[in-house]
Structures are given as C-alpha cells and as structure tokens.
Design a protein around this ligand. Sequence first.
Ligand SMILES: Nc1nc2c(ncn2[C@@H]2O[C@H](COP(=O)(O)OP(=O)(O)OP(=O)(O)O)[C@@H](O)[C@H]2O)c(=O)[nH]1
Ligand SMILES: [Mg+2]
Length: 326
Amino acid sequence: MNKHCLGCGVLLQTTNEKDPGYVKNLSMAYCMRCFRLKHYHDVASFAMPKDNEKIIFEVNKKQSYVFFFVDVLHLEPSIMKLYQKITAPKTLVISKVDILPKSISLVKLKTWLNKTWAIKEDIFFVKKNATSAKKILNSLKNISVPNIYFLGITNSGKSSMINELLALENSSRVAILESEIPNTTQDYIKVSLQNKNLFDSVGFSYPYVVLPPSLYQKFLVKKEIKPKTYFLKPESILNIENIFFLKVNNKTSLTWFGSDKIKIQKIYQEPKTNSLFLNVSSESNVIIKGLGFFYVKDACTLTIFGLKSENVSVVASFLGSRDNNE
Ligand SMILES: Nc1nc2c(ncn2[C@@H]2O[C@H](COP(=O)(O)OP(=O)(O)OP(=O)(O)O)[C@@H](O)[C@H]2O)c(=O)[nH]1
Ligand SMILES: [Mg+2]
C-alpha cells in the first residue's frame, strides 16, 4: 500500500535518498526532509512549488468547500486573482493578524477588502490559536459538502491551523509539519474531522524575493510589527540590507511594515544594479513579496533597485483614507 508522509503528504519511498519522500523504512511517519526540518531545523531542502492553476482546477471540479488563506502582508492582486478563480463555495481567511500593529482596525481592513476585491463571501481574520480554530470549527457545521480544502499562499499558516483544529478535537494524529520555509506541504493531506474530510494542500507559489540563507531569519516576521517611518527628501535612497534600494523623486515618507531586525539606511549614491520605475499614488502599499510592505504617504515616482517587477505589487493602502470612505 502507498504510504504518505504525515508531515508534508509526499509519497514515501525507500529507494533513493536524494528523491522526495525518502525514509529508511516505511514504518516512519515523516520523510527524511520533514524529519530534518523538524528536529534539526534543516532548511537546506527548499521543496519545489506546484502548479497553482492545476490545484485550482482539481478543487473546482470536485464537490468542495474552500478556506482560502492569505497572510496580512500579501493582500495583493496576483494572490487575490487566484482567490477569484475558485468557483467552489469559499471563505477568505486573512491569517497572521497577530503581526499587524494593534492600531490597525480590522473593521477598516474588512471594508477595504470588500471594496478593493469585491469580496462577497465571509472573511475570517485568524491567528494560530484555539480561538481562531474554534471559529473555523463552528463554521464547518454549516458546510454540507464532505470535502473541505485549505488552500492559499504558501507559508500562510494552513497546516498550522489544521494542527490547531486537530488539537481542539484531541486528535492523536501526528502533527502536520509547519515551518517558515516555503512549500513545506508537498501534497494533499487528508484529515478526518467532524465527519468531514479536511485537506491540507500545497501552498500557492508566487514570486517572492529569494534571500541569501544568512538573511532569511532576519527578515522573518514573528511578532507584532513595529512600523518604522522614514522621511525622505527628493532623490533620497533607502538601502534595505543591501538586498534592494528605494529612491523617491519627491518629498514623501515611507513606512516599513515587516521585520524590525533588518537594517534600513539612507544612502546618497545610486546602486549599480537593475532598476524599475513605479508611479505610486498617495497612500499606497508597495508590497515586497515575501518580506513585507512600505506604506507610501505622498504620490511619487519610486525607483526600486535590485528587485524584479514580479517581486513587487502596489495597492491602495488599507491604512490611509483613500478609497476608504467609511
Ligand atoms: N505570527 C504568526 N505566525 C504563524 C501563524 N500561523 C502560522 N505561522 C507560522 O508561519 C509559518 C508557516 O506556517 P505553515 O502552517 O507551515 O504554513 P502553510 O500555509 O502550511 O505553508 P506551506 O505548507 O509551505 O504552503 C510557520 O513558521 C508558522 O509557525 C500565525 O497566525 N501568526
Ligand atoms: Mg503547509
């Protein structure tokens, strides 16, 4: 019988140590990669992402319900387009709300979501805890279809939430692997809960900024963000850990919503690297995928050095008053 890794869902095999799913013997619960990730925090083996469209196609053709996870730092067009492609009944789950500064109103965020992305379905704001899990558990009672998929952007906390649900129900199942590296979950993982089949899934891939391993931990956001504002004169440049650089053409302020462990410095000489130009309206979020976002106060032309255009998205901010006529 085919056996799958309880940590990431991949098919287990004993023949090739270098291939996914390798175990010394098939009685093991976790594949070698999950074992090393869990016990030695070995993040060397970043797994390959899967095809987003294929996942959506598979789920749409089944009788299913979808909880679609997006973390608060990635509310941007390419992810929301994936959400819109899901034709199955669904709930939008905005995860990791614990990292948002407490001063940000979730009511305002919800109004912004409804308006910006025309969301008609329920929106849940969650964090990895029992209270959020209870909210999802309660909503399961009103779902009549048997198959419930946890889909969404990679690293958004899908597996963590299923583990919380299992804990609520005192399940004896081995925990699904959670980790800060992208694409931890490698295949569907079926879990039975309240007479329903819950499926953890491969996270949707997106063009996040690939960091050198030495900086990966530094950019991780694990607790409430302390926004940091930089007041800039025309032609000022911000250097973000020598990974990317932002230059503005007129006076404005940029506020960083992301890790507070990183070094952001003003510099005066343009870096000699690729650049892209963005015309940014006042009160926008410039999302640096995988890392965080800058809130831009006044309209400006932003030159970004060191990133590809696919790494960056600009949206009207949920922090400002623009488009938020509450
Ligand atoms: N701050 C915060 N971190 C969270 C929360 N939920 C999950 N995490 C962390 O986010 C990382 C990713 O969590 P996972 O549950 O593995 O995410 P996933 O969506 O299953 O990711 P993939 O399987 O890679 O698609 C882990 O380091 C978790 O500990 C949350 O509510 N708040
Ligand atoms: Mg997962």
